[in-house]
Design a protein around this ligand. Sequence first.
Ligand code: URA
Length: 423
Amino acid sequence: MNSIAIITKKKNKEEITREEIAFMVNGYLEGEIPDYQMSAFLMAIVCNGMTERETIDLTDVMIQSGETIDLSKIHGKVVDKHSTGGIGDKTTIVLAPLVASCGVKVAKMSGRGLGITGGTIDKLESISGFEVESTKEKFVEQVNKIGVAIMSQTGNVAPADKKIYALRDVTGTTESIPLIASSIMSKKIASGADAIVLDVKVGNGALMKNIEDARALADRMIVIGKHYHKPVKCVLTNMEEPLGYAVGNGIEVMECIDTLRGHGPTDLKELVLTLGSLMVSIAKDCSKEQAYHELEENLKNEKGYNKLKEMIAYQNGNIEDIEVDSFISIKSTNSGFISHINADQIGEIVKKLGAGRMHKEDTIDHGVGISLSVKVGDFVLENEELLKVYYDLQDVNIQEILDCFTFSQDAPKKTPLILEIVE
Ligand code: URA
């Protein structure tokens, strides 16, 4: 077998075998296939797709590339959650402790940023001292002791995905249904949860730009779940504007704390309650309404916030010390209703400020970001604050940021946040 022949086969839209997929993936993991050949292979998949069979084989090869975690030592049903990624998507940091505060065990492995979308692990690392690496034994021990852990893909879980994910981040190969489906599902299956709830983001600030693609991605992940006898539920959610107000690392963690203390943005709260009610109802075998009510209560009485504090302390972080730069306030040069906020462009700008990576080895700046002061549908007067830019050393192109906002004289029609639930 040789890699050029396999790349060429995919380029020519031919179906490739499990052995050929394994040759590429394992060869890349072992350093025998260089970045440039793997990038060409990934780009051929982005352009020509993969069949269901190829996607399941790719998922399986990535699972087999490392170890699987045995969560049977965790008492009770473990329900995992994952998002396909969006601008300002900080959901996990609110959701995981809130669900755990209802007595449901949450063993969550999260990723770093991908393309213009941020990653939970990068965000959590803005908390001083917070440790994201662990062994699988410590991971399981933590979940049993305090009910929740959010870690980076520990040691050796789907290491092929970890390496390929980092390459996709910097080679324009993020937006592909088989690559996203196999990346997410390999991690979820290898990390051993009993059931999986997926947040599939749709819109200009997401990897899936339209509802048809999002449905196709959801279907593909459900098919993979069935192959491994794991129930998968997908919530398709709107990502036309950033989720919440904050886009960056440290400022998103601050927004999560605010939300768990009952003051966060409405859209973030709605998403957390929707995903959380699915997770809690599966784990506790109760109705979604009952689960929703319990989650809402634990937002009000701050049980979710206390759980977050407990988790941060357990992972050696200091919640009082979160990296956030100083900010400048940007005022509107128009008056009218905000009819659109270009999430994709906001993501690009925040990444350029230093919140994301241009090269695999880049370190990121946790303190930078953009915090919106308005959402779509709000009315703004000229000279009112539109947003804050948090930055330290970089030059900021204010006009480029202002261009992300579209105004109208009539109130725009708002798209609902929760578009569909595919079970
Ligand atoms: N999240 C992942 O883990 N992988 C992807 O490809 C996209 C989002």
